[in-house]
Design a protein around this ligand. Structure first.
Ligand code: FEO
Length: 396
């Protein structure tokens, strides 16, 4: 792939990772990209770089535009290795380049690479003139790590915010309107749900800090560059960071012999009788990252597990472990399951969801062995009650 001129004199020179199928434990069905941006001005600037193993791909793109030894500034918006992994190789080729990083970025780069670099440390409001253009910096701690920052080029109305607004998607296309909103919305939702969700307060601050900026292009460090759907993706981030949800329900469960599954479908029947849209996910086949994406905009979440070895069945525990870390707020929860003789799973699930501050208006459904018709009718009735609660709920 050639370098892509995204604005006059500014090039995408990153790498496309078509093969990536797992990132931080989450499935990445669509691969990803590591985006790096080359700015040609009186000074030559590279903003972010690529994961180890993709350096040659990036270098060949840079070489098609400029001699890489002439790079004056290597901006490191974020130290995580998918964006800084090639920095030592770069410095060997461009030994006079200054490495521009936040104060935490400087510390993190030193800890990762155990090497002194020619640092220029910047903080919010600092700028570096590079000729016709200016690099302005905005610290965005915890979006995604303490060191994260954005680089803004006001003359180009271009924001390079690293992980923010990213998507894990490999594509021959570079721009949002070449891919389409529906595909990007799902991928950006999944990215937010699995990577950014715990940092909603920090996202709100970053959105407020960039609101005075004029922006007509956002180049994240993963995936597609935004130029046509900027209002839609910014509006989505505003909504997600506020834990705003829709009046829909997500049922997720694992079933060993079909009993928990029967309860799941009875609950769905009841919810649907009340007009609630329901997504139902079986963890035997569903991937956790897809479930979390569904959870992002679901106000009500029903989680089911059989009791196994006096506790929650491990695939459900695994999901709950991710949920505990991601800390989605403002949800209504419900637990259900079947058991043979001890039946602890439902109470344990309820305890975890309560610890997240979720509303738990109805006691869980916990049935012995195989539910009979009366029990399934009762579970369907519970679904209807939950549907009424959701319909009348005043939350976001
Ligand atoms: Fe894409 Fe936090 O690195």
């Amino acid at each position: 792939m050639e370098p892509v001129e995204i604005k006059k004199g500014i090039y995408w020179v990153g790498a496309v990772d078509w093969d990536l199928r797992n990132f931080h434990g989450y499935a990445t069905h669509s691969g990803t990209t590591y985006n790096a941006y080359l700015i040609i001005d009186e000074k030559i600037v590279l903003v972010d770089n690529v994961k180890t193993g993709f350096f040659d791909e990036m270098l060949s793109r840079i070489r098609q535009v400029v001699d890489p030894s002439k790079i004056d500034y290597i901006v490191s918006n974020h130290t995580e290795m998918d964006h800084s992994g090639s920095i030592l190789e770069l410095i060997k080729i461009a030994p006079n380049a200054k490495v521009v990083a936040s104060p935490q970025g400087e510390k993190a780069l030193k800890r990762h690479f155990k090497k002194e670099m020619n640092f220029q440390v910047v903080k919010t409001g600092d700028s570096i003139p590079i000729g016709k253009r200016t690099l302005k910096f905005l610290l965005m701690p915890m979006v995604h790590w303490p060191d994260s920052m954005a680089t803004y080029i006001p003359e180009e109305k271009l924001l390079l915010p690293n992980d923010a607004f990213g998507q894990h998607i490999a594509s021959a296309s570079r721009f949002d309107d070449e891919v389409g909103w529906d595909v990007l919305f799902r991928e950006a939702s999944k990215y937010y749900a699995t990577i950014v969700m715990p940092f909603g307060e920090q996202v709100k601050k970053a959105l407020s800090d960039v609101s005075p900026f004029e922006i007509d292009m956002i180049g994240p460090s993963h995936g597609i560059i935004w130029r046509s759907y900027i209002p839609k993706i910014v509006e989505s981030y505003v909504k997600w960071s506020a834990n705003a949800t829709q009046k829909k329900a997500l049922i997720v469960y694992y079933s060993m012999w079909g009993s928990t599954e029967k309860i799941a479908y009875a609950l769905r029947e009841g919810l649907e009788k009340k007009g609630i849209p329901v997504t139902i996910r079986n963890l035997e086949v569903a991937d956790v990252s897809d479930v979390l994406t569904d959870l992002l905009e679901s106000r009500m979440v029903l989680i089911g597990s059989p009791t196994v070895n006096a506790g929650i069945f491990p695939p459900v525990s695994n999901l709950l472990s991710f949920i505990k870390g991601l800390k989605p707020k403002n949800r209504i929860g419900f637990a259900f399951g079947s058991y043979g003789w001890s039946g602890q799973a439902v109470k344990e699930i309820e305890g975890i969801l309560k610890s997240l501050g979720w509303g738990m208006p109805i006691e869980g459904t916990n049935l012995v062995y195989v539910p009979d018709d009366d029990e399934l009718r009762s579970a369907s009735g519970t679904g209807e009650k939950l549907g009424e609660i959701l319909k009348n709920d005043g939350g976001m």
